[in-house]
Write a protein that binds this ligand. Sequence first.
Ligand SMILES: Cc1cc2nc3c(=O)[nH]c(=O)nc-3n(C[C@H](O)[C@H](O)[C@H](O)COP(=O)(O)O)c2cc1C
Length: 179
Amino acid sequence: MSALNIGIILGSTRQGRLSPQVGEWVKGIADQRGDAAYEIVDIADFKLPLLGEADASEQAGRWNDKLNALDGFVFIVAEYNHSITGALKNALDYAREAWNNKAAGIVSYGSVGGARAAEHLRGILGELSIADVRIHPALSLFTDFENGQTFKPAELHLTNVNGMLDQVVAWSGALKTLR
Ligand SMILES: Cc1cc2nc3c(=O)[nH]c(=O)nc-3n(C[C@H](O)[C@H](O)[C@H](O)COP(=O)(O)O)c2cc1C
């Protein structure tokens, strides 16, 4: 079987966001494994307007093409008002079949590790037929970021990221046989 393509999706788009730091850290760990082709997928690059607000067939086409080329996902999830960002929800809403029968892991951050956003995301992933894995690295804005800004993850998260990736790679390979 050809190498699996796993997208590390940055789930926030605001200026000054922290998600690129977290995504690059996950990619650095993932790239050392040699078990899949990992890439950062930045929702901001796709300039998706709010769904239905404007004719966005070109942007939607590019977004779906990118998702179609991926076998699995790692969502980098910021917690906004106890849920995921509007930008991530909008990006999820922009595709359907391109999400189906694929696997995903979640890496979240927030005052309580982004746990509430991650649990909300799991409900949405079910509707999109994305199989979300159990192991969930949850990063604290207080202890894993200096001054809430500079990412300095505690050592213990490394084990969790690799455990999450083990599951994402296994399920992504298994689900590829369904598509
Ligand atoms: C609109 C908004 C709502 C937020 N609500 C929460 C929240 O409910 N719980 C939480 O832990 N952090 C909350 N935060 C803090 C964010 O988790 C923190 O700013 C984080 O850096 C956001 O991710 P980002 O930098 O990638 O955008 C909120 C931030 C914003 C901008």
